[in-house]
Ligand binder design. Structure first.
Ligand SMILES: [Zn+2]
Length: 257
């Protein structure tokens, strides 16, 4: 489908479920003459505009002003979009193999005080980047050896090549494959011995996260899944990927017989 067809679809000129051309049954309501599904034109239009704002990484707060809906409406739509991306991210997960870059990073928390590893009020995230493919992320309670090794063994194929920094939690990696620890001072930028790929992902994700204020710790994985999906599909059109899925999952409301 072209973007123009998507728009006709979403605005209700075409039925989501049977693709029948529709007419307006009242000023606000539309009903499909084919399958009798009903929807509100106004709500569809708002949803379409919010979807476009989300695809362009606009905050829900800003989107509410541009689309002229309430903040709770925009926030609810954004949460629905993020849940959908999280489901799609989970479905795409498969064991990672080949040349892999491993690293941990911290999101959120106050800027003052301790930075980096073990900083208070921050969420620890562990990431693996497959050089030939995609990134995998997971929020972790801590970055101890046992915690990280369990994630690595679950997400990667044994015998892969693991590029890491010299953090002690990675010292058992040779059990699981070839381990290449990188001394940032000595080998920075030489040949394949680097973790520039995963570091690029952290700056990508943090640029987006900087605009988000006050995420409940329990909701953080939802944002992380969004960044992972956006990164893994950065050459594609997020709006159409998300829209295809939203239509697939939509449940029609119909007149009672
Ligand atoms: Zn229909």
């Amino acid at each position: 489908m072209t973007l123009d067809e998507y728009e006709r679809h979403l605005l209700g000129h075409l039925c989501w479920w049977c693709h029948h051309a529709t007419h307006r049954s009242s000023a606000r309501q539309r009903q499909c003459p084919g399958c009798r599904a009903k929807w509100s034109y106004h709500r569809r239009k708002t949803e379409w505009e919010l979807l476009r704002a989300f695809a362009f990484s606009t905050t829900a707060h800003h989107a509410a002003r541009v689309v002229r809906c309430s903040y709770p409406t925009a926030h609810a739509a954004y949460t629905r979009f993020r849940l959908t991306l999280q489901a799609m991210t989970d479905e795409e997960k498969r064991p990672l193999l080949g040349a892999l870059e491993l690293d941990e990073s911290y999101f959120g928390g106050k800027r003052k005080g301790k930075r980096g590893r073990g900083a208070a009020g921050k969420v620890a995230v562990f990431g693996i980047l497959e050089r030939a493919g995609r990134v995998y992320t997971v929020a972790v309670p801590n970055c101890q050896k046992e915690t990280l090794m369990a994630k690595i063994e679950a997400a990667t194929v044994k015998g892969s090549v693991f590029y890491t920094d010299e953090f002690a939690s990675y010292q058992d990696l040779k059990r699981h494959g070839k381990h290449v620890p990188i001394d940032h001072q000595e080998t920075f930028g030489i040949g394949a011995a680097h973790i520039n790929g995963i570091e690029g992902f952290w700056s990508f994700a943090k640029r987006l996260y900087r605009h988000v204020h006050g995420v409940e710790p329990g909701n953080f994985p939802l944002y992380l899944a969004e960044y992972e999906f956006r990164y893994n599909h950065r050459g594609e059109h997020l709006m159409t990927l998300l829209y295809d899925r939203l239509i697939r999952d939509a449940v029609p409301t119909r007149n009672q017989p």
